[in-house]
Design a protein around this ligand. Sequence first.
Ligand SMILES: [Cu+2]
Length: 392
Amino acid sequence: MGSGLAGPIIIRGAIDEVPEIKAAREIVLAVQDIGLFPSEDDPNVWQYLPVQNAIWQTFGGFVTIFGKRTNLRGGFTTGDYALHYFLLNGEPFFKEEHDYTPGKETEPKGTQLPVQRFTIAPGEVVRFRMLNGATDNMMPIVVDGHDMYLTAMDGVNFPETRVILERQPGDTTEQVLVATGNRTDFLIKGNAKPGIYRIRQLAQSAQFLKSDEKVVAEIEVTGPPKNMAVPTKLPIPSRLYPLIKPEEVKNVRMIEFMTSTPGMINLVTGGDYLVNNAIYNEKEVPVVTHLDDVEEWWIKVGTGHPGGDEGHPFHIHVNSFEVISVDGKPLPPGTIQDTVWVGAGQTVVIRQRYKQHVGKSVFHCHILPHEDTGMMSNFLILPPGEDMTHKH
Ligand SMILES: [Cu+2]
C-alpha cells in the first residue's frame, strides 16, 4: 500500500436495487498515499524504499539497540517521509514535505495541489463511494454546501439513510470520520445554486503527524436542474441481522492499543506498538472464541504512557462488528463496520458474532506502520464445543 497498491472492490447487492440509488450516478473516491525519499545513489531520483524508513530513524539514521548505534538501516516508516503525496483515483491532490526544523518534525509542510472536479446538476443525486486506502492518515470528511446522506460504512448499509448536515462554522460533529481502511458511501443532492463546492478533509491532530486540511476534490454544480430523490429506508443486510441483543453476549474483553517511545520492549525500531501490552507474535493466540458465539469488546486507547496521545483505527478480519458506542455515546443501531477509529483517551464498544468461518485470523491497528511494528494480535475461532487442548 505504501507504494500505491490499494484499490476498491465493489460488490453489488440489494442496496443497488433501491430505485433512488439505482438512478444515482456512482463516483468512486479511492484515496491512497505514496511516500518518497531521494535515492541514495542519485539525489535527483525520488523513490519508495522500505530500507529508508526506520521508525525514529526515518531520515537516514541508524537503528539503535540498547542505546548503541548499529549498522542496521531497515525498519518501518511512521508515515514521515521526505516527500509524501496523497492521491485520489491515482492523481495527487496534496503534497507534504518533511520539516527538518528541530521541533517541527511532526508537522510536515503541506501544499494543496489542483484537484479533480466532478460535474453534477442542481437537484441531481449522486452516490459517492469513498475508500481511505492510505497507510496512516485519518480523514474527517465534509462536503461544502451540501448535506451528506450516509448510507453505509465498510460495505454494509444502514437500515436507513443518516443525514450529516452541512457543516457550519464552529461545528465539531458534522463530519464523517474515514480512518485508514474505512469505506463510506454517501449521497449528495446537487445544491440549487450552481457553483464550485469542495469535498474537504478537515485538519486533525489526532495522530503522531499533524494533518492539514486538504481539498480532496471539487463538485461543480451546473446545467439544467433535475429533481432526484434521496431514499430513507434501506434494505436490511440479511447476513448481519437481526442485530445482536445485549443478552446474547457470552464474553466481554478489554482490548487496549498502547504505544511507548522510546520503546521498552521493541528495541529494534525504538518504539513500542502494542495490543494488550504485547508485540505481535505469530505463534501466540491470546484470543480464543467459538463459532456462533457473541462477544463484546471494549477497545481502548489511553493517553500519555502507555497510550501515546494518538488514535488508532481498530480492524478485525473475517466478520464485521456492530459499533455500540464511542466514548460512552451510543451509536444508532445497525452501525456495522470492520474498522473503527478509536481516539486517544477513548473507549469504543463493539459486538461481534463469529459466523460461518473457523480458524486463525488477526485484528490490528489499521495504521500500517503501527500494524507492521507489532500492533496486531491473533485470534482463533474454534468449532462449537472444541477447546485448545482436546476435542469432544
Ligand atoms: Cu495505530
